[in-house]
Design a protein around this ligand. Structure first.
Ligand SMILES: CC(C)(COP(=O)(O)OP(=O)(O)OC[C@H]1O[C@@H](n2cnc3c(N)ncnc32)[C@H](O)[C@@H]1OP(=O)(O)O)[C@@H](O)C(=O)NCCC(=O)NCCS
Length: 165
C-alpha cells in the first residue's frame, strides 16, 4: 500500500478519519483530531503520512518533535495513528508505522517515543521506558525505539499541541 506525505487539501479528511478511529475508545478523550490540527498549525508535524485505498484516505499517522529534559534533540513522538474502523486489522496501521520509522531513520533521527499499548508497539521494536517519565503515565505505556546513540533518560515533553483537551 502506498504511503504518502499529507497534502494541504487532506487536512479535513485526516481530521474526520482521526475522529472516527478514536470514537468510543475508552482511553481516548476524543482530542486526537484536534491534536493533529494543532501540530500542523504549529508547523510541528515532522511527518504526517496517509494511506489511501481507492482514492480515499483510510489511515494516518503523525510524528512530531519531542524534548527530553527540556532539550530539543533528534527524538520524535509517534501519534496519533488512526485507521478507518472498517479497514482496521488489514495491516494499514503497521504499514504506516513502518514507513514513518523508515523515514525518521533516513532523516538521521535519534529515535522515536510514544504513549501506547506495549502489546501493539512491541512488534515494531519499541521498548517500555523505565528511565523515561511523562507525568503520571502508567508504567509500560511510555515506549521508545532508538535508532542511534544512547537510550533516552529523563522527562519527556511532547509538543504543546498534545495538551489539547
Ligand atoms: C491501532 C490502529 C492504528 C492499528 O491499525 P490497524 O490497521 O488496525 O492494525 P494492523 O492491521 O496494522 O495490525 C493489526 C494487529 O494489531 C493488533 N492491534 C490493533 N490495535 C491494538 C491495540 N490497541 N492493542 C494491541 N493490539 C492491537 C491487532 O490485534 C492485530 O494483531 P494481529 O496481527 O496479531 O492479529 C487502529 O486499530 C486504530 O486506528 N485504532 C483506533 C485508534 C487507536 O487506538 N490508535 C492508537 C492509539 S495508541
Amino acid at each position: 500500500m502506498p504511503i504518502e506525505q499529507e497534502r494541504l487539501e487532506d487536512a479535513l479528511a485526516i481530521h474526520q478519519l482521526t475522529d472516527e478511529a478514536f470514537k468510543g475508545m475508552p482511553f481516548s478523550q476524543q482530542t486526537e483530531a484536534r491534536i493533529v490540527d494543532a501540530l500542523r498549525a504549529a508547523g510541528a508535524l515532522t511527518l504526517s503520512l496517509i494511506a489511501r485505498r481507492n482514492g480515499e484516505i483510510v489511515g494516518h499517522v503523525a510524528f512530531s518533535p519531542v524534548r527530553i529534559n527540556g532539550e530539543a534533540g533528534d527524538w520524535h513522538g509517534l501519534g496519533p495513528v488512526s485507521v478507518r474502523p472498517a479497514q482496521q486489522r488489514k495491516g494499514i496501521g503497521q504499514a504506516l508505522i513502518h514507513d514513518g520509522l523508515g523515514r525518521l531513520r533516513a532523516m538521521k533521527a535519534a529515535g522515536c517515543i510514544l504513549l501506547g499499548s506495549p502489546a501493539y508497539y512491541s512488534r515494531f521494536g519499541f521498548e517500555s521506558a523505565s528511565d523515561l517519565h511523562y507525568g503520571n503515565i502508567l508504567p509500560g505505556y511510555l515506549q521508545f525505539l532508538t535508532f542511534r546513540g544512547p537510550a533516552p533518560k529523563g522527562e519527556v515533553s511532547f509538543r504543546p499541541g498534545f495538551d489539547v483537551s
